[in-house]
Design a protein around this ligand. Structure first.
Ligand code: C2E
Ligand code: CA
Ligand code: CA
Length: 652
């Protein structure tokens, strides 16, 4: 800022002023010099004049004549006298006049001198007379003395003026020198500052360029991993697709950390970023070692995108790359904050799945990973064209669900639960059913996961609970009612109050109600859920462990809580027939349950053979299509109160 002002205003103004001063002073110097030269000449003229206006020569001639009596001296004296008189006619000279100006004193003196000198003439004519000589000399001495006075006065004045002119000349010379030096210094300063300023400007321009580069880099790259972002990735994919040779295949892999690492959402941002950065390093390292054209990028969410181009000779197929990447995560990912076991979902698609638009490959890989996350037990999923239709259907279902819950389109059906020995129904499980006016019956396996993801499960769950608590009272009063409780419901703060209110409102005794929670529900927050279950139990409600034996089964879940009931997943009913190991496991679970005081219910019994095998092992109660699938309340009421059905059921 100061630099700028100095350069724009300060230096130019200073230089202009100095130039002006130099000009003015140069003029003054020139005048002073002229004056000095003139005064010098004047002084010389004055000195010349003092020689002319002098009576000494005449006096000497007269004195010599008086001594030697030489007629030449007399003649010479006469001539000198005439010359003196002539000189007086031009006296005071120009030089004198200029030095002293019009002076009355000199005028008076002149008149007196001229008059006096006229008196000398007679004595000169009679020089052979000693008296004349004396008189002439006396008069001449008087004149000489007057002349001397004037001469002296003028000479002194001339010297004084000459000295003053010289001083003035020297003064202006010094001023000029000083001005020139200052001008030079200011000019040098100007040049120096301009130079500095241009250096500063260059530095600023460089810094701006650097900032622009940084900004561009930031716009194109993810700040956590340093990888290009999804926008740039899409451009790279497009241009790679445009130049793809006929024998080449372009594949996109979508590696999703978020969904398969539920805990990642619980981590602090710092931990999450550390995991992402380390994962990026691992992937970068792996990709570097792969043949072919590869590009790794950060996806919009908590994941990565990878493009590979391969042909028969160069590069790896997408499925090989996907499996290699999957294998990387079999070990924990080391980060500065510790090691984390993460098992990303990987979806991939290739250029054979699209017609023209390369970004469709990215979308297809997206669909595939979405499928791996939500609907598949496999971690690596390849894109299938059906996925698009499935996704569209999911979108329709998702969009219609909230309104359907509100409009009571989602209602419970009831599946009977049997004593395997007596064939007697002792309870029913409420299972949600949704009839959509256009899509028809929609399975809970389809809409429950959607409701769980978007949060609709809470309102749906309470609605099913309330309706089933009311409707089950149409059935014999000794029947129990099992209702599934979702993780979102159980984690809501008011779960105990809601259930208490529901029982109060519907009038169903707490002892008739059983709530089913799955192992996966327990996994989300075991301690908190245990506490809630204890509170619910204290209301008199029974608690069931649902789907035991599926997925993450751990025997510890059996002992983590005083379950009233353990429901064995239906896969066991199928496998138990052929697999002794399964039968042994079932026996062991039955043993543990007995020790814990819990009853064991086997789900999904479909055949008589299954039932018999299970009864042999020691199973006493069950549920399954063999006895009856889920039914609307009217159907199950009819079933109960029709003798025919009773005998059909009991007959099994
Ligand atoms: P679940 O709790 O394990 O329910 C049993 C499922 O097995 C039901 O499927 C039932 O129709 C089916 N099933 C019963 N017997 C047999 C059989 O012999 N063989 C075979 N293959 N299947 C049999 P559904 O009704 O489709 O429900 C699926 C899942 O949806 C349920 O599994 C439950 O986890 C969930 N769900 C259903 N209704 C609700 C609800 O109101 N709330 C919550 N949170 N989840 C629900
Ligand atoms: Ca259940
Ligand atoms: Ca179950």
């Amino acid at each position: 800022m100061i630099f700028d002002k100095l350069l724009r205003i300060g230096f130019p103004a200073l230089c202009a002023s100095l130039t002006l001063l130099l000009g003015v002073n140069a003029y003054s110097l020139y005048s002073a010099q002229a004056d000095y030269v003139h005064k010098d000449q004047l002084e010389r003229s004055v000195l010349n004049d003092t020689l002319r206006f002098n009576t000494t020569a005449l006096e000497k001639l007269i004195a010599r004549y008086s001594a030697l009596k030489s007629p030449e001296d007399a003649a010479e004296a006469g001539k000198t006298y005439e010359a003196l008189l002539n000189a007086f006619e031009t006296w005071p000279s120009d030089a004198y006049s200029e030095i002293v100006g019009p002076s009355d004193y000199i005028q008076d003196k002149l008149v007196h001198i001229v008059r006096t000198s006229n008196r000398v003439k007679p004595f000169l004519d009679t020089l052979n007379d000693q008296t004349s000589v004396s008189n002439a000399l006396i008069i001449l001495q008087g004149i000489g003395s007057s002349l001397q006075q004037i001469n002296q006065m003028v000479t002194q004045e001339a010297a004084k003026q000459m000295s003053a002119a010289r001083k003035s000349f020297h003064f202006h010379q010094i001023v000029q020198d000083v001005l020139v030096v200052v001008f030079l210094l200011v000019s040098l300063g100007w040049i120096w500052f301009s130079n500095k300023r241009s250096q500063v400007l260059q530095g600023q321009a460089e810094a701006t360029r650097e900032q622009t580069r940084l900004l561009e880099h930031r716009l194109d790259h993810d700040s956590v991993t340093g990888l290009v972002n999804s926008r740039v990735f899409a451009e790279i994919v497009r241009s790679a697709h445009d130049t793809l040779a006929p024998d080449q295949t372009l594949s996109i892999l979508n590696i999703d950390l978020e969904s398969r690492l539920p805990a990642i959402n619980k981590f602090s941002l710092v931990t999450e970023e550390a995991i992402l950065a380390s994962t990026a390093d691992l992937l970068r390292h792996a990709v570097d070692r792969m043949e072919g054209v590869n590009c790794l990028a950060r996806s919009g969410g908590k994941g990565f995108l990878l493009m590979t181009v391969s042909d028969e000779e160069v590069g790896l197929t997408a499925s090989v790359v996907a499996n290699r990447i999957h294998d990387i995560f079999l070990r924990p990912v080391p980060t500065a904050l510790g090691s984390f076991l993460i098992s990303p979902a990987i979806g991939y698609a290739d250029s054979t799945t699209v017609d023209r638009d390369a970004t469709d490959i990215i979308r297809n890989a997206d669909l595939a990973v979405g499928n791996a996350v939500s609907y598949s037990r496999r971690r690596v999923v390849t894109y299938q064209p059906a996925m698009r239709a499935e996704m569209e259907r999911r979108t329709i279902v998702e969009n219609a669900l909230a309104r359907a819950i509100e409009a009571n389109e989602c209602l419970p059906h009831f599946q009977p639960q049997f004593n395997l020995m007596t064939g007697r129904i002792f309870g029913v499980e409420a299972l949600a059913r949704w009839y959509h006016s256009e899509l028809g019956w929609i399975s809970p396996s389809e809409f429950i996961p959607i409701a769980e993801r978007n949060g609709d499960i809470v309102s749906l769950g309470w609605k099913i609970l309330e309706t089933s608590c009311s409707e089950v009272q149409l059935l014999p009063s000794d029947l129990s009612l099992s209702v599934n409780l979702s993780v979102a419901q159980i984690l809501s703060d008011d779960v105990v109050a809601m259930l208490d209110e529901c029982l109060g409102r519907t009038g169903l005794p707490a002892s008739r109600l059983k709530l089913e929670v799955t192992e996966t529900t327990l996994m989300s927050d075991l301690r908190r859920i245990q506490t809630t279950l204890v509170e619910l139990r204290s209301l008199g409600i029974g608690i069931s462990l649902d789907d035991f034996g599926v997925g993450y089964s751990a025997l510890s879940y059996l002992t983590d809580f005083d379950w009233d009931e353990i429901k064995i997943d239906r896969s066991f009913a199928t496998k138990a027939v052929k697999d002794k190991k399964i039968r042994d496991i079932l026996k062991m679970v039955l043993g543990i349950a007995e020790t814990m005081g819990s009853q064991v219910l086997i789900e999904g019994i479909e055949t008589v053979e299954q039932r018999d095998v299970l009864v042999d092992i020691g199973c006493t109660i069950g549920q399954g299509y063999l006895f009856g699938g889920p039914m609307a309340i009217d159907d199950i009421t009819t079933l109960f109160f029709s003798d025919h059905s009773k005998s059909t059921l009991a007959g099994l």
